[in-house]
Ligand binder design. Structure first.
Ligand SMILES: *Cc1c(COP(=O)(O)O)cnc(C)c1O
Length: 423
């Protein structure tokens, strides 16, 4: 393992995506490794917001159909721009809602309990919002979540075993919802195998792509995944509260959404104002009301960058960055009580590194005080996300040096070992 700074500089020189960094607003004197929580603003995303304001100014109501980006078609257009990131066709994707509301919509649409089949299968490691949504969907159908939500356990508190998930696909399961990449350990689940096994048993399956989209390529259509949903403010860099997305496999086209609204309508029929819905014949039908355009437009600029960079190139650099980070941790910080708790191999490692330490909360505070932005996950985890579009190998090298100094000098002891209000 070459631990010299010159080697980091060499890797940066070889990096074919290096020029994208100049397109982002990087916080000053900061190494930002939290792009998996909130991606950074790019100049192209900013420009798209300016264009939106100009179009409102210029066109007023006519903006729905006029200007460079007519608002009436934008959710579908952004869906088409997202499709290559997840291996879907354009009509299978739409930009709408939030992660959690999209999960509500998709569960309302795909959870159809019947006879013995009444259970929803999830896991114990998923993000809480997904679990709350599933529980409330069960309650709406008068099922007790304590009995009807089955959560696959982890053997090591960090990862899920594919065989355990498959064993839990019993006759009483009506729907499966799982993350594509686990938000703490960054494990990439084997979506292809899980989808095959679910379908052998006649169970629809959907994935939460919050931590995978924009970081890991997917082949959702090829795998036959029934549905998926995600946010756009993490790896997709569309800004705080930006509009989310969803995917529905074309084999389900033509159905009515579980939660309907006038934007679920076929676009040609929508303004007929009929009281009987004519559903759009694509994923667009899972929209509900008027799109939140001001928080959707940053995606125009951001997704153009993904198209230009290519998701396979992004994945390749991301794997290189996280590998380099892990190698430096193992050689430079072997004696300081850190455990690398993310999967280490390239097929199951997502876009961030997850390390555990008993003093994790205050080590994070010490890192922030020294200009490195990680994030803390209870009870003892530190996530470090070097992002392919804007982080460098030199930043990874510097992070390790800063962390090493914090540990050698025990500087973390100046802080309390508790999380802040936002971690
Ligand atoms: C970030 C994240 C969410 C957030 O949900 P919102 O509705 O966007 O607030 C939900 N689920 C997972 C797995 C996440 O990583």
């Amino acid at each position: 393992m070459n631990t010299e700074k010159t080697y980091a500089a060499y890797l940066d020189q070889q990096d074919e995506l290096a020029s994208f960094r100049d397109e982002f607003y990087l916080p000053e004197n900061t190494i930002y490794l939290d792009g998996n929580s909130l991606g950074l603003l790019s100049k192209r995303a900013e420009q798209a917001v300016d264009d939106m304001m100009a179009s409102w100014k210029t066109y007023a109501i006519e903006g729905w159909t006029k200007g460079n980006e007519p608002w009436y078609y934008l959710s579908e257009k952004l869906g088409a721009m997202t499709a290559p990131l997840i291996g879907a066709s354009s009509e299978e994707v739409v930009v709408t809602g939030s992660t959690t509301t999209n999960l509500h919509q998709l569960t309302a649409s795909f959870y159809q309990p019947e006879g013995m089949k009444t259970m929803i299968l999830a896991d114990t490691l998923n993000f809480p919002s997904d679990i709350y949504a599933l529980k409330s969907q069960l309650q709406l159908k008068r099922y007790d979540p304590a009995e009807h939500l089955v959560q696959v356990e982890s053997n090591d508190d960090n990862t899920l075993d594919t065989r355990n998930i498959i064993n839990a696909m019993t006759d009483d399961i009506a729907l499966i919802v799982l993350p594509a990449v686990l938000y703490r350990s960054g494990q990439v689940l084997d979506m292809k195998t899980l989808t095959d096994e679910a379908h052998k048993r006649g169970i629809p399956i959907g994935f939460d792509l919050c931590h995978s989209i924009g970081s890991v390529p997917h082949q959702l259509s090829e795998w036959g995944v029934d549905f998926a949903f995600w946010c756009t403010y993490k790896h997709l860099n569309a800004g705080p509260g930006s509009v989310a997305g969803l995917y529905v496999n074309r084999k389900h086209f033509g159905r009515e959404p579980g939660l309907a609204g006038w934007f679920s309508s076929s676009k040609a029929k929508q303004f007929d104002m009929e009281h009987t819905l004519t559903p759009a014949q694509d994923a667009g039908t899972y929209q509900i009301g008027t799109p939140h355009l001001l928080s959707a437009v940053p995606l125009i600029g951001s997704l153009e960058m993904f198209k230009q960079a290519g998701i396979d190139n992004i994945r390749q650099k991301s794997l290189q960055l996280t590998k380099y980070l892990m190698n430096l941790l193992e050689t430079e910080l072997a004696d300081y009580g850190f455990t690398i708790a993310n999967p280490k191999d390239d097929t199951t490692r997502g876009g961030h590194v997850y390390i555990e330490h008993p003093d994790a909360a205050r080590i994070c505070k010490a890192l922030k005080a020294d200009g490195v932005v990680p994030d803390f996950r209870k009870p003892n985890g530190i996530r470090l996300a070097p992002v392919a579009l804007y982080n460098t190998f030199t930043e990874v090298w510097e992070t390790i040096q800063i962390l090493k100094t914090i540990m050698i000098e025990a500087r973390y002891k100046h802080f309390e070992n508790e999380r802040g209000i936002i971690a």
